[in-house]
Design a protein around this ligand. Structure first.
Ligand SMILES: NC(=O)c1ccc[n+]([C@@H]2O[C@H](COP(=O)([O-])OP(=O)(O)OC[C@H]3O[C@@H](n4cnc5c(N)ncnc54)[C@H](O)[C@@H]3O)[C@@H](O)[C@H]2O)c1
Length: 252
């Protein structure tokens, strides 16, 4: 993508080669669908291969991205097939609610590997082709938990999401000279299996009525819209940025 390409012509996304992780569900799935609808050549990756079925217009791949070698393999496979990589969206993650005194090394590793090491390893692998191409767009999904410490004992999750913001800013600094932009999106209160975890229907509705300025939870498609903006030519001068998509939950 370049500053001279025409943003009106499909936002500069048509024909771009993209990897979207966490694509079996929620925000990752909505993003894969939207990018494919705009003409991107999307590889949709998830640990849950069964639920990747039906992703129209995407190539699908099953991988446990908490293993760095699996991340390398995903990028290598896309490069072998497509010859380039333009867009990486890191959405895969897990949520565990355990108070800090009860966090053991296994839980720490499980969450940090799935949420932070995976993003690190995928970014590291994606940087090589993007540097060669002198272009690329990376969006890492963090969370409002990075700012508020994580509700209901989601401490290690919050720590991993803070790490995602630091990873994003660090990469943005190191890759700007190569024409690669790196940004983060912080969703909050999105209607997905992870978002609803621990809520009843009643407590879910009551929570957003009371706390979100927009008085409702968000839909995965509303986060996908922000992600598509950040990987499009509309955002060609945006890097190292954190875009909150949370209906005003964090406004104080
Ligand atoms: N839903 C929210 O309210 C909310 C709020 C803040 C941040 N987020 C973030 O948004 C992103 C998407 O979350 P979502 O709400 O769509 O959740 P989700 O649970 O619907 O989807 C997450 C997907 O990641 C996949 N995944 C988990 N571990 C994996 C691994 N090791 N390898 C490959 N895939 C793996 C899961 O199988 C699942 O399909 C996550 O990074 C999450 O932390 C969501």
């Amino acid at each position: 993508m370049s500053a001279s390409s025409d943003p009106e012509a499909g936002f500069g996304i048509a024909g771009q080669v993209a990897i979207v992780t966490g694509a079996a569900s929620g925000i990752g799935r909505a993003t894969a669908i939207r990018l494919a609808a705009h003409g991107a050549r999307v590889t949709a990756v998830d640990i849950d291969g069964g639920r990747l079925a039906g992703l129209e217009g995407c190539v699908t791949a099953t991988a446990d991205l908490s293993r760095p070698e699996a991340c390398e393999h995903v990028v290598d496979t896309v490069l072998a097939r497509e010859g380039r990589l333009d867009i990486l969206v890191n959405a895969a993650a897990i949520l565990r609610r355990v108070p800090i005194p009860e966090v053991d090394p296994e839980l720490w590793d499980e969450v940090m590997d799935a949420n932070l090491l995976s993003q690190f390893a995928l970014c590291r692998a994606a940087v090589r082709p993007m540097r060669r191409q002198k272009s690329g767009r990376i969006v890492n999904i963090s969370s409002t938990a990075a700012f508020n410490g994580g509700a209901n004992a989601s401490s290690v999750y919050a720590i991993s999401k803070g790490g995602v913001l630091a990873l994003t800013k660090s990469l943005a600094r190191q890759l700007a000279a190569d024409g690669v932009v790196v940004n983060a999106v912080c969703p909050g209160g999105i209607d997905t299996p992870m978002g609803r975890f621990g809520f009843t229907e009643e407590s879910w509705n009551a929570h957003f009525q009371a706390n979100a300025l927009l008085r409702r939870a968000g839909q995965p498609e509303e986060v996908a819209g922000a992600i598509v903006f950040l990987v499009s030519d509309w955002a060609s001068y945006v890097t190292g940025h954190t875009l909150d998509v949370e209906g005003g939950l964090m406004l104080r």
